[in-house]
Design a protein around this ligand. Structure first.
Ligand code: PGA
Length: 251
C-alpha cells in the first residue's frame, strides 16, 4: 500500500500563500498518496492548480455537515463537497471535538453522511494528555471507535474509503510528537479494535498518525508496521516541507 501524506491546512493560507506553496513544491513522480484539505472555499482553487502538478494531488475538506441539504445556514454538505470535486473529508478532528463540541453521536452521523455521498473519510480519534497519564489511552480510543463507527459494517464502505487518524491531542500543534513506539502501540490497538470489536478484519483501513509530524521525525513514524501515513498540520503549509514529507513517504 502507498503511504499517505495528508495536509490539514486548518484555517490558514491566503491565495498568495497557495501560490508560494505550489511554486516551492518539489515533488516529481510521487509514490505516495499526497492529499490536502484546504479551507472549503479554496477547494476549487486547489483543484485548478493541481491539474498542472507533475503528480496526483487529492483535494478534500476538513469538515462536513451531518445533513445532506436543507435549512442549515453556514454549513456545507458532503454531497456539495463531492460535487465540488473534493475526494475526502476529515471527520472528528480534535479541534472540532473540543472547540465545536462535536460528540461521538454527531460524528457518527457525519461519517454516515460522508460515506453515503461517496467521499472518503479520515475519521480522527485521540486521547487527551490526562487520559494518557491515567493509563486510559486504549480505553478512550476503543470507545471513540465503537461510538463513532456505530452502524458501520464491511458493506458500508469500499476498501480505502475509510481511514483512521490517530492524533493524540497533546501532540497536535504542540511540537511534542508521540514516539514511534507510542504511536505504533496505539495503531496496533486500533487495528485490533477494528478487527475484533467492529468485525472489519477483511477491510483495508489505512491508519494515519497525526500530531507535530515534520520532515525530521516522519521517517521514524512511517517506518512502523501499523502506520500507513501521516496527517500533518503546520508542516504541510510550506511546499518544501510537504515535498520532503512526500519524499520520505515514497521510500
Ligand atoms: P500539527 O497538526 O501537525 O500542526 O500538530 C496536526 C493536525 O491537527 O492534524
Amino acid at each position: 500500500m502507498k503511504k499517505y501524506i495528508v495536509g490539514n491546512w486548518k484555517m490558514n493560507q491566503t491565495l498568495a500563500n497557495i501560490d508560494d506553496f505550489f511554486s516551492s513544491l518539489k515533488i516529481k513522480d510521487s509514490k505516495c498518496e499526497a492529499w490536502i484539505a484546504p479551507q472549503t472555499l479554496h477547494v476549487a482553487e486547489l483543484l485548478k492548480r493541481s491539474e498542472g502538478a507533475p503528480f496526483n494531488l487529492e483535494v478534500g475538506v476538513q469538515n462536513i455537515c451531518e445533513h445532506e441539504s436543507g435549512a442549515f445556514t453556514g454549513e456545507t454538505s458532503a454531497v456539495t463537497a463531492k460535487d465540488l470535486g473534493a475526494g475526502f473529508t476529515l471527520v472528528g478532528h480534535s479541534e472540532r471535538r473540543s472547540l465545536y463540541n462535536e460528540d461521538d453521536d454527531l460524528l457518527n452521523k457525519k461519517l454516515h453522511s460522508a460515506l453515503k455521498s461517496g467521499l472518503t473519510v479520515i475519521f480522527c480519534i485521540g486521547e487527551q494528555l490526562i487520559e494518557r497519564q491515567n493509563g486510559m489511552t486504549n480505553a478512550v480510543l476503543k470507545n471513540q471507535l465503537i461510538e463513532g463507527l456505530e452502524g458501520i459494517n464491511a458493506n458500508s464502505f469500499n476498501d480505502g474509503q475509510l481511514l483512521i487518524a490517530y492524533e493524540p491531542v497533546w501532540a497536535i500543534g504542540t511540537g511534542e510528537v508521540a514516539t514511534p513506539e507510542q504511536a505504533q502501540e496505539a495503531h496496533a490497538h486500533i487495528r485490533a479494535v477494528l478487527a475484533v470489536e467492529l468485525r472489519l478484519e477483511n477491510k483495508t483501513i489505512p491508519l494515519l498518525y497525526g500530531g507535530s509530524v515534520k520532515p525530521s521525525n516522519a521517517a521514524g513514524l512511517l517506518s512502523q508496521k501499523d502506520i500507513d501515513g501521516a496527517l500533518v498540520g503546520g508542516a504541510s503549509l510550506k511546499g518544501e516541507d510537504f515535498s520532503k514529507l512526500c519524499e520520505i513517504a515514497s521510500l
